[in-house]
Design a protein around this ligand. Structure first.
Ligand code: M6R
Length: 450
């Protein structure tokens, strides 16, 4: 609130939506997200639900709901101011796609020692981990899609059953959870209302909550028992890109960490995953070179005017397909759906015609043969097919219209790379169609309403 009679005063109160104050010299700020403050100050205060803030040019007073004064710690924002600028890129989305190799380095930094994973933020003993009989991963949108990969990572490495839930559904269905359940909440912003509500529901049931988030001091980071920061840097574009891939890396690190702490025998497998993760910054850069971008643009020109596009894949390739279709629909407004490739013949195949391009993710080696036969089924219905394949795959190009190769990496972590051409193709299609790429219609970066 501002008042003409007191021009040097602003009053703000936090109710449901996030609020952060910027502490400057001779100036103070109110914002909903720290990225808005970066150009002005690195000092901030996170405001809790129900708190009342009175700001003048030279002072900030904070009171609780009973109007008692509250002392707040001033926190330092470590993000670079340049990170909130486009830095020569036409859109934040493209800039953030290009920032992925550096973001991967930050997510991994200080967390791998030899063949061991270490988190500065917390540590867990085998006894604590063995308490958990079940894991829920709860998130929304792109973070939910990261959870679908996380399920496969954790089940394979840690051998605890994992269920992945959409946060807006989770607490309305009386989920079975107690002190023997770990709830992992994933959220770039750390402020998504449904995810925060799911976290609180889990705490009410005495579950331990582990958060994977990008924003230090966010509601989710503050309220969880354990936090893994993805250190992606500010993500401004509504379409999430670098946050998604760094969430995946955090999940791989977590899987290896839990298996290591439980002293599980899969030592070589863990070592191979860690080696692969360390190669990601360098290998991912190959997907951002001019010749590769030219190939993606060629695909965008070919498929960009379609009215419907299907994405198919199996296992982790299906999880990637879901993320690819969300990216495409949110920024290009093309109707896009992702299907488990084996499900097509149970109904959706009826929709496949020469007017329905299909993007097939064919990088999981364990399911390759089965996916390939599904791709042949859509080709037989005259669909144009773009396939995402592994480098060295000489088979797929023989029966599809175009391929985009993923450089060689440990096959278990290939989703981190395989999604990058999907991010790029969505971007270039949206550009061809003249869409508002960074701020698509009807969408907000932080969804702070349930
Ligand atoms: O901040 P969060 O990760 O909790 O956000 C969740 C979703 O709103 C978000 O991922 C959304 O789906 C993106 N716009 C997708 O690109």
């Amino acid at each position: 609130m501002i008042c003409a009679d007191e021009p040097d005063k602003m009053i703000a109160c936090r109710k449901d939506s996030p609020m952060v104050l910027g502490v400057g010299e001779g100036e103070n700020f109110i914002a909903s997200d720290v990225s808005a403050l970066l150009a002005y100050t690195r000092s901030c205060m996170y405001i809790e639900e129900g708190e009342l803030c009175i700001l003048t040019q030279n002072g900030i007073t904070i009171k609780n709901h009973a109007l008692q004064q509250v002392e707040k710690e001033i926190q330092t924002i470590t993000w670079d101011a340049e990170a909130a600028e486009k830095g020569g890129f036409e859109h934040f989305m493209l800039k953030e796609i290009f920032e992925q190799p550096e973001a991967f380095k930050r997510t991994l930094s200080g967390r791998i020692h030899g063949n061991q994973v270490h988190f500065d933020e917390f540590s867990l003993t085998a006894e604590e981990i063995n308490q958990w009989q079940k894991i829920y991963i709860v998130a929304c949108g792109t973070a939910y899609h990261a959870g679908l990969v996380g399920k496969q990572v954790l089940e394979k490495l840690v051998r605890i059953p994992v269920e992945v839930e959409i946060a807006s559904e989770f607490r309305y269905r009386d989920p079975m959870m107690d002190e023997h359940t770990l709830v992992i909440v994933i959220s770039q912003s750390g402020e998504t209302a449904d995810t925060v509500a799911a976290l609180r529901e889990a705490k009410l049931h005495r579950c331990k909550v582990l958060a994977i988030t990008n924003v230090v001091g966010s509601a989710i980071a503050r309220e969880a028992d354990y936090v893994i920061y993805i250190w992606a840097g500010p993500e401004i574009s509504v379409a999430s890109t670098k946050a998604y891939t760094t969430m995946l890396i955090a999940e791989y690190l977590l899987g290896v960490y839990l298996a290591q702490q439980k002293e599980m025998a899969n030592f070589d497998e863990r070592a191979a995953i860690l080696k692969g993760l360390q190669q990601l910054p360098e290998v991912s850069a190959k997907l951002l070179t001019e010749p590769y971008l030219a190939e993606v643009q060629r695909a965008a020109e070919r498929y960009g005017m379609a009215e419907n596009i299907f994405f198919i894949g199996r296992g982790m390739d299906w999880a990637i397909a879901l993320e690819g279709s969300l990216k495409l629909k949110e920024i290009s407004y093309i109707h896009a759906e992702a299907y488990a490739a084996g499900e097509l013949k149970h109904g959706t195949l009826a929709l496949v015609t020469e007017k329905t391009p299909v993007i097939a993710i064919c990088v999981q080696k364990s399911t390759y043969d089965k996916t390939a036969s599904n791709v042949k089924e859509v080709k037989a219905r005259d669909a144009k097919v773009l396939a995402i394949i592994n480098e060295g795959d000489t088979q797929t190009a023989k029966f599809v219209d175009q391929t985009l190769e993923i450089p060689t990496i440990n096959n278990f972590i290939v989703p981190v790379l395989a999604v990058i051409p999907l991010q790029l193709i969505s971007y270039y299609i949206a550009k061809i169609r003249g869409c508002e790429i960074d701020q698509p219609r009807n969408l907000a970066k932080s969804v702070t309403v349930e």
